[in-house]
Ligand binder design. Structure first.
Ligand SMILES: *Cc1c(COP(=O)(O)O)cnc(C)c1O
Length: 429
């Protein structure tokens, strides 16, 4: 590592001291951190793909052994029987998002869950068929809602309302979403927003927006892809109608890991809700009567279709156990300290960078998005990796996202990221 480019910089020793005296010691050695040179990378891309827990190989081995040893009998006799396997994830997933256990289920992938939720919760009429999303919604969410509008015979360009930030501002204000819903909510059937925006890292005011949307007569769903495992949530108490999230970002469950879904208690016994069904939607007590009609239970399990992929569920279970062990409040507190430190360092960079993410810690999670005013994001992130061992995420053309994930990132990682970025932009500033 080279010396600091300017006297304004605190040294790496300061970062190391912060690491040593932090209230939550890092769990870094319980993850495989990708190597760099003789050491490790500063991995700030856990908002794209979380790192692999080191115990996972053994945990997966247990499932493989049970399958080898038992064949089909593993459904009932595996150490974690496969038939009710998804039930093992229910309590920890509920704690993670602030739900009742019967309001959550781990299944499918995120976009699939968005669609399954919309089957039930987007029921447009000519008077009320609009879907409100943010203009900076993740593309999959945009495509999903447009295809739903189209499927129901509405013109997506008319039906989908994309909320934009105020002129000259980088992020949407929660109060503007509330105002919009209070003023123009009449024709809105569904609000679907990213709780933490993937691009800016902004954490929206879920309770206020949910209240405003429901008061306007709309259903309010949340995409928690960047919120689950990142910020504290209380979906049940906030009255959220439904939500869905993926497990491979902050939840460290591996590429394409099974996702989660939440349905508020008030909807669980509503038999008038349309649902797509499969054999896992039906009551397990009567599932093997193999009858012709589905007999759903009054829980989020009723949205399942298929028997779950055990080899893919095992990492989610192992990861949720880690979240229970450390606790989200402690992780969130550390995330606030790490992100605040990274912010201080980035603010010292003299030159062409600008933080897009809100400055208030309660309006963001473990992410800072940096706009490069004179540099290309792809090239900058490639150089960060090659020259500084920093893995960050580039969003073309000009944004770098840095996520100091509290499970395994350190103050030193933040220092390396800011220091590397400062060195690169200083060259032709
Ligand atoms: C990561 C992400 C997705 C990804 O969808 P998959 O179905 O898991 O591929 C969707 N929406 C948002 C907001 C995301 O951040």
């Amino acid at each position: 590592m080279t010396d600091a480019p300017s006297g304004l910089w605190t040294g790496v020793e300061h970062a190391r001291a912060l690491d040593e005296r932090d209230a939550l010691p890092t769990l870094r050695d319980r993850f495989h951190v990708p190597p760099h040179g003789g050491g490790q990378t500063a991995y700030l891309a856990g908002n794209s793909l979380g790192l692999q827990p080191t115990m996972l190989r053994a945990r997966l081995g247990e499932e493989l052994d049970d399958w080898a040893r038992l064949g089909v009998e593993g459904h009932g006799e595996a150490r974690r029987p496969w038939m009710p396997y998804h039930e093992l994830l229910r309590d920890p997933a509920a704690r993670l998002v602030g739900a009742l256990p019967r309001e959550v289920v781990v299944m499918n992938s995120l976009t699939v869950n968005l669609h399954l939720m919309m089957v039930s919760f987007y029921r447009p009429t000519p008077q009320r068929h609009r879907i409100v999303i943010e203009d900076s919604a993740f593309p999959s969410d945009s495509y999903a809602v447009r295809s739903q509008a189209d499927f129901h015979g509405y013109d997506p360009d008319e039906a989908v309302v994309r909320l934009r930030p105020r002129a000259g501002e980088a992020v949407l204000r929660s109060e503007d979403v509330v105002d919009f819903l209070s003023r123009d909510g009449e024709g809105v059937a569904l609000v679907l927003l990213g709780a933490v925006n993937y691009y800016s890292g902004e954490f929206l005011d879920i309770p206020a927006i949910t209240r405003a949307g429901r008061a306007a007569g709309a259903i309010v769903g949340w995409d928690l892809a960047h919120a689950a495992g990142n910020v504290e949530l209380a979906l049940h108490d906030w009255g959220v109608d439904w939500a869905a999230w993926c497990s491979y970002k902050y939840l460290n469950s591996g590429p394409g890991a099974p996702a989660g879904a939440f349905v508020h208690e008030r909807h669980l016994s509503d038999r008038s809700l349309p649902k797509f069904a499969g054999w896992w939607s039906t009551d397990p007590a009567t599932r093997f009567a193999m009858g012709p009609r589905v007999d759903p239970v009054d829980s989020a399990d009723a949205w399942q279709l298929s028997n779950p992929p055990i080899l893919a569920m095992a990492p989610v279970l192992a990861s949720l156990e880690m979240f229970d062990e450390v606790g989200l409040p402690a992780l969130r507190a550390k995330s606030t300290r790490l992100t605040g430190y990274l912010e201080q360092l980035l603010d010292r960079i003299e030159g062409p960078v600008e933080i897009l993410t809100p400055r208030e810690p309660e309006r963001r999670g473990a992410q800072l998005s940096v706009r490069l005013l004179r540099h290309d994001a792809d090239r900058t992130s490639a150089r960060l990796r090659a020259e500084h061992g920093v893995i960050a995420d580039a969003r073309r053309p000009d944004v770098i996202r840095l996520a100091p994930v509290p499970m395994y990132c350190t103050f030193e990682d933040c220092w390396r990221a800011a220091h590397g970025l400062a060195a690169i932009v200083a060259e032709h500033g």
